[in-house]
Design a protein around this ligand. Sequence first.
Ligand code: NAD
Ligand code: WQD
Length: 339
Amino acid sequence: MRILVTGGTGYIGSHTVVELMEQGYEVVIADNLSNSHAEVVDRIAEICGRRPEFCKIDLAARDETRDFFAAQQKLDGIIHFAAFKAVGESMLEPLRYYRNNLDSLLNVLEGMKEHHIPNLVFSSSCTVYGQPDELPVRETSPVKEAWSPYGNTKQMSEQILRFTVEAHGLKTIALRYFNPIGAHASALIGELPLGVPNNLVPFITQTAIGLRPVLNVFGNDYDTPDGTAIRDYIHVVDLAKAHVVAVDRMISGASASPFEIFNLGTGNGFSVLEVIHSFEKVSGEKLNYRIVDRRPGDVEKVWADTSYANRELGWKAGKSLDEMMLSAWNWEKALANKK
Ligand code: NAD
Ligand code: WQD
């Protein structure tokens, strides 16, 4: 079975390529390296003992993508990770985000239609829920008005998929990720934020290793037990494994309907301070942090109801917060050793 992984040299994509290859899939990666590095392919080969195919291609470019699909051998499915993902940047450059995230999806869907590629897994996000009225948040919970162009591209993408799947007889699974963190146990692949990280965990590890002077904790006056905001952090390898399950599900004809949506989280919420304390425990490092004002646009608390994914996919995230933080720290140390 041959799977195309768009964005496959990126953070979640690279971990998913490893899991697919370990399950015996042939993988072709399509990535324009706008937020990743070609060496990731070497790291994947080192982990798996064989190399995925790699094509440097801008999937938002229609002609280029057409040519790419025309040159492909038979594909059994696609996992579409390729997108821009920085919420703050999307507020400053909305058109760039709409162009890249929507054009790439449309081009991939056109390729699927023209070349009869039946199955698609799409990277969606818990951001589509905004601040849910009820917790834990279920797949049937309402999608709230988007707070950012980035979040809006995920909502629009889900709608595009809903209609396209029906018209063209494609099967799709949209996976709504909560907060992916951590890295592969080998410490050969992990998250590589360009510039100053926006996300909590890379900011923690970069502060601890001395790349940043201090971590700002955005707000301690939320309505949560310790006043800091709560998220559902999930280990990236647990997340990656869910993609393999989703692909297997579609290929084996086990989908309950042509368009399915699943939450991918652990079902547990942790506060910013709990994450910091877990990091300090597993690393033995004292983290320099200070409380500052809330970050505009942040939700107070969100965690997933994962029962539908657990039951239907037969998948469950297994890693604890401590394991996630230790793997993130090992990755940061491995990066420092390379420099
Ligand atoms: P990432 O930036 O590490 O990976 C995305 C990859 O897509 C990068 O390698 C980038 O070079 C590539 N890419 C972007 N635009 C492209 C284009 N036009 N053509 C070809 N390649 C292109 O991001 P990630 O964290 O691995 O996220 C993967 C997906 O998951 C994205 O769709 C993201 O929106 C979604 N997601 C991420 C998170 C998160 O917190 N990391 C949470 C929810 C959803
Ligand atoms: C987590 C918590 C911050 C940095 C984002 C996207 C979302 C999804 C996942 C793609 C929050 C706090 C953070 C820092 C802090 N991505 N924090 N100091 O905001 O939940 O979600 O990534 O779909 O769409 O919005 O993740 O890691 O940025 O923040 O105190 O320096 O850590 O306020 O409470 P977030 P995050």
